[in-house]
Design a protein around this ligand. Sequence first.
Ligand SMILES: Cc1ncc(COP(=O)(O)O)c(C=O)c1O
Length: 389
Amino acid sequence: MAKGKPKSYPHRATVPPIYQSAVFDFARVEDLAAQIESGPAFPPSVDDLTYIYARGGNPTQRKLELDLAALELTDDGLVFASGMAAITAVALTFGESGCEFAVGYPVYGDTYAVFADLLPRFGVSASFVDTSDIGEVRRAMKRSPRMLFCETPANPSLAVTDLKAVARLCKKHDCLLVVDNTFATPVNQNPVALGADLVIHSLTKFIGGHSDLVGGAVAGGKDLITRIRLTQFITGGILDPFAAWLVMRSLKTLELRVQRQNENALALAKLLEKHPKVARVYYPGLTSSPHRRIAKKQMRGFGGIVSFELKGGLRKAKRFVNRLKGARIAVSLGSTETLIQIPALITHRIVPKGVQESLGIPRDLVRVAVGIELTDELLANFKRALKEL
Ligand SMILES: Cc1ncc(COP(=O)(O)O)c(C=O)c1O
């Protein structure tokens, strides 16, 4: 929240303007040449006069970058066209032929594909590690990975990684720790404050929050962000100014939305856990969860995603998803409306069937991303669908 007197914008506008400009002009060609000479415009402030060309920066994106950096308690930030553009830019910045990355599992399907399929084509290999097991992380460090990338809670198993413990190991072994904080959101968790070097978001999810934009972000120390900014400038995965403005608008309600989603998810997880037709529930907020102790230590809320398995396997899971009222059958998560899907068939379909199970993606797992609807309505819909099974 802003401290002190709220800032107004040009013309005393209450809301920041959208600079829908790809190009910024100069009074004299010498001034433009001098600006080019002094390096790409990586502007430190929104009011800076060094903007040249929007692939290298635009004041609207820049305001969002600084807002996100503040939310993640970091010095600087960078916004992208999607979460995947952010992840790829980080991997391209710190990878080089012959090096190895350690990657926590499970991770989002396309993230898996970047590390398992795309990067090895350029000589960057990946070893997959269960980062919720500190012993496995310790063993992984013996291979001297340049970077450890993980999600916590992880998609779709909601496994939790002890970030302080992993950060200590990474520091000792000179390994960059990059955490995808999409599931937790900065409302519930700040990985950099727990020792990570960089934090990543798919802005498409809770931060955007309304299923109406695609975006990504990275936040961290200025030096690292400046290196990633150069990759972004060359490769071009920038966020459009209008999408950046929409994200800024979404930030105003982020805390309210996430608090309701935390409450809804916990209530749903408790309901499912008690239900005789449910085989297993995955939610770090449940007292029965093996991840609760670490989650309580590092998170302020347990997040808006619940995964579960029904008795009766994949056939029952499909039938349940099709019958459930009040939820959309869709990919993505973090929206105002509840979204439901079966990861092994959809968001994690790209992970080979033979390894899905061993990477924490059971075939019949159902993933629910709760919305901000009234808790009683959400629970009533689930109770009805379970009864009808
Ligand atoms: C945890 C996580 N990270 C990254 C991404 C990729 O984000 P985007 O779809 O914005 O590229 C996703 C997408 O579902 C995700 O779930």
